[in-house]
Design a protein around this ligand. Structure first.
Ligand code: NAD
Ligand code: UD1
Length: 336
């Protein structure tokens, strides 16, 4: 049994499908802080395996322990947390409490049940402003906002726990920019309110919920002046977790690895790909740079390939096609 925290969220839900397809039985723990219960039935239908669900907050130790009690847990995949950069600046204590406090209770509960394997959702945001590209895992860390600092602290906590606990192993996965959806159009990204991130903003313009994309900055030193990111299909990312889990269970070592494609695409390239794939025009205008943004950010992915035997298979057009399949079939996201 694999216990998945935050398994009803965007990346967790896609990963739960991939995990079932790889033969794993799952227990999901989620408090629905940023997800809807209807996702569960879709995860079950698409994955075809066994999925138990516990509605619980990670910080509630007894409720979390109840999820560990029913079946022996082989490993944990830990997605649960808050992820909005701007909100973390306004509400730092909520971010430290939920992300670090939640991880603390989780690690404590794992220790009590002698569970020694964890895959953790970190982020490329831990690198801060890139000093050199592509970003390798040994690039200095320097998160520049409270959200990023929670990820950086949790990485350190995992390193410390591994050093102090014989047999404890972690796979710390630094995601670049996840985008797209399950190809069925049944699962996807369903942000609350106006999206902060580029791709859900584009799909909501396409569906008519938003009028026009604002492109933040067209004077960066990049191919066309707009920001460049390493966009990774969420299904490739999901497979990265399956590979990391296999590594923990078979190789019995810890690892920190970037999960990206190794290639950068500009904001205008994403808009162009979306328009080509869907035939829908995305009205856009140039706006000033967004504070805190960097010009370019993309991964060196050689470690994930060498150690995990994993690399991405899908490209920007696949992300646009599948993301649009989701948004067009679910114009208002998941039903309440
Ligand atoms: P998400 O918000 O869609 O999913 C997170 C899930 O965790 C939600 O279902 C939410 O209800 C749940 N949750 C939050 N706090 C909880 C708590 N205390 N107890 C139980 N459940 C709780 O986010 P996502 O995009 O799927 O991201 C998953 C993880 O990956 C997060 O840790 C995020 O920081 C990290 N990450 C995401 C991105 C991205 O672009 N989406 C990039 C890098 C890293
Ligand atoms: C952001 C977060 C990062 C987080 C990631 C995934 C910041 C500074 N970084 O990354 O910590 O891990 O989301 O949740 O917030 N853009 C537009 N118009 C828009 C939206 C975005 O032009 O309406 C541009 C941005 O300026 C950027 C690119 O699109 O150049 C990607 O932006 P976004 O999707 O928000 O991701 P990041 O900023 O890379």
């Amino acid at each position: 049994m694999i216990l998945v925290t935050g398994g009803l969220g965007y990346i967790g839900s896609h990963t739960c499908v991939a995990l079932q397809r790889a033969g794993h039985a799952l227990t999901i723990v989620d408090n629905l802080a940023n997800s809807k219960i209807g996702v569960l039935e879709r995860i079950r239908a698409l994955g075809g395996g066994s999925v138990e669900f516990h509605r619980a907050d990670l910080r509630d130790g007894p409720a979390l322990a109840a999820a560990f009690e029913r079946h022996p847990v082989e490993a944990v995949i830990h997605f649960a947390g808050y992820k909005a950069v701007g909100e973390s600046v306004a509400k730092p204590l909520e971010y430290y409490d939920n992300n670090i406090g939640g991880t603390f209770v989780l690690l404590d509960t794992m220790a009590r049940f002698s569970v020694h394997r964890i895959v953790f959702s970190s982020s490329a945001t831990v690198y801060g402003d890139p000093q050199r590209l592509p970003l390798t895992e040994d690039h200095p860390l320097g998160a520049v906002n409270p959200y990023g600092r929670t990820k950086q602290f949790i990485e350190s906590i995992l390193t410390d726990v591994a050093a102090g606990t014989p047999g404890f192993r972690h796979a710390t996965l630094r995601y670049f920019n996840p985008m797209g959806a399950h190809p069925s159009g049944r699962l996807g990204e369903d942000p609350r309110g106006i999206p902060n991130n580029l791709f859900p903003y584009i799909t909501q313009v396409a569906i008519g919920r938003l009028q026009k994309l604002r492109v933040f900055g067209n004077d960066y030193d990049t191919v066309d002046g707009t920001g460049v990111r390493d966009f990774i299909h969420v299904m490739d990312l999901a497979e990265g977790h399956v590979a990391a889990l296999r590594y923990l269970l078979e190789k019995d070592r810890s690892i920190t690895a970037n999960l990206g494609t190794g290639r950068g695409n500009s904001v205008l390239e994403v808009v162009g790909a979306f328009e080509r794939v869907t035939g829908i025009r995305i009205p856009h205008e140039f706006a000033p740079r967004r504070p805190g943004d960097v010009a370019s950010c993309y991964a060196d992915v050689s470690r994930a390939f060498a150690e995990l035997g994993w690399k991405t298979k899908l490209g920007i057009e696949d992300m646009c096609r599948d993301g649009w399949a989701w948004q067009s079939a679910n114009p208002q996201g998941y039903p309440d």
